[in-house]
Design a protein around this ligand. Structure first.
Ligand code: ZN
Length: 285
C-alpha cells in the first residue's frame, strides 16, 4: 500500500475504474484537478465506486479540507485523460467552493492540497517541486477547463508552499561568539550538560564562564559547574572581568571597553577613580 498518512478516509474505487500497477512507468508528477462541484471527499469517492464510471483519482479533497483516498499510489488512476500521464502521475481531485465562475476552492481545501502535494512529492522522491514539470494539472494533457481559473492562479503558491514544507529544517548550531573565560554573564536559562537540549530555569541568574567547549550546543560552563552550561541563547547580558595591570588608569581601561570611568567606578564601588591597584579585579558591564 502506498498511501499518504494524511488520508482521513479511504473509499476504494471500483476495480474497473483504474488499472492495476503502473505499466512499468515511474511516478514522475502530481496532477491537480478540480471536481467541478462542491463535494465532500466521501461524495467524490462514491462516484469512483460506480461501475462504468471509467474514471478515478488517487486522492480527493473535500470542500472542508478532508483528504480521501480512492486508488492506491501503486496503481494507475484514470484521471488525466491520457494513459501515459496517468501511469506516471499521482492525481488529486479538489472540491470547489463555488459552482462556475473562477471555480474557487476553500482555504481549507487549498491547505490540504498543499500538504498532500508536499507529502506525495517527498515519499515519491520527486525532489524540488516545479510547476508544469512535476506538479501538473489536467489541462496540460487534454482540452479541459479543469482545474479551473482559481486553482491555476494558485499553482505558483501551491508549489512554493509545498517546497517550504519539504525544505530541510536548518539545524541551529549555536555559534561560539567572542566570549572568554572570566566573562560574567546574566542568564535566563541553563543546561545540565554541554549537549543537553532541556533548558532549565537557573538557580542563579548570573555567573562567570569558567570553561568553553567550542562548537558545543551549550559551550559555556558557569562557575565550574555550580550553575551549569549555557549557550548564547541563555545569555541576556554580560560583563567582563579586567585585572588591573601596571600603568593602567581607570579612564584608559574605560576607553578600551567603550565605556566611561565613572561607570566602571560606580559598578565596582570605587569612591576615588584615581585609586586603583595592580591585580585589582574590575567588572566591566
Ligand atoms: Zn480534471
Amino acid at each position: 500500500m502506498s498511501k499518504s498518512s494524511l488520508v482521513q478516509v479511504t473509499i476504494p474505487a471500483y476495480s474497473g475504474n483504474y488499472t492495476k500497477g503502473r505499466s512499468g512507468k515511474k511516478i514522475e508528477a502530481i496532477t491537480i484537478h478540480h471536481m467541478a462541484g462542491i463535494l465532500t471527499a466521501e461524495q467524490c469517492g462514491k462516484l469512483f465506486q460506480a461501475q462504468g464510471r471509467n474514471g478515478s483519482s488517487h486522492y480527493g479533497i473535500g470542500n472542508n479540507g478532508k483528504i480521501g483516498q480512492y486508488v492506491d499510489e501503486s496503481n494507475t488512476a484514470w484521471t488525466n485523460s491520457n494513459f501515459d500521464s496517468n501511469c506516471k502521475s499521482v492525481t488529486i481531485e479538489t472540491s470547489n467552493c463555488e459552482n462556475g465562475g473562477q471555480w474557487k476552492v476553500s482555504d481549507k481545501a487549498l491547505n490540504s492540497l498543499i500538504k498532500l502535494v508536499a507529502d506525495i512529492g517527498k515519499r515519491n522522491n520527486l525532489g524540488t517541486l516545479v510547476k508544469g514539470k512535476n506538479v501538473t494539472w489536467h489541462s496540460m494533457y487534454t482540452s479541459t477547463a479543469c482545474p479551473g481559473p482559481y486553482l491555476l492562479s494558485k499553482m505558483d503558491y501551491i508549489v512554493a508552499e509545498a517546497n517550504k514544507i519539504n525544505a530541510p529544517k536548518p539545524t541551529t548550531v549555536p555559534t561560539t561568539t567572542g566570549r572568554k573565560i572570566g566573562d560574567i554573564v546574566n542568564i535566563n536559562g541553563v543546561y545540565t550538560s554541554s549537549t543537553s537540549t532541556n533548558k532549565l530555569i537557573p538557580l542563579k541568574n548570573k555567573g562567570t564562564i569558567t570553561k568553553i567547549i567550542k562548537g558545543a550546543r551549550n559551550p559555556y560552563l558557569l562557575d565550574n559547574g555550580n550553575i551549569g552550561w549555557v549557550n548564547d541563547g541563555c545569555i541576556v547580558g554580560s560583563s567582563k572581568t579586567y585585572v588591573v595591570k601596571k600603568g593602567d588608569t581607570l579612564s584608559g581601561i574605560a576607553k578600551k571597553y567603550n565605556t566611561t570611568y565613572q561607570k566602571i567606578a560606580s559598578d565596582n564601588n570605587i569612591s576615588d577613580p584615581n585609586k586603583i591597584y595592580i591585580g585589582q579585579k574590575l567588572i566591566i558591564k
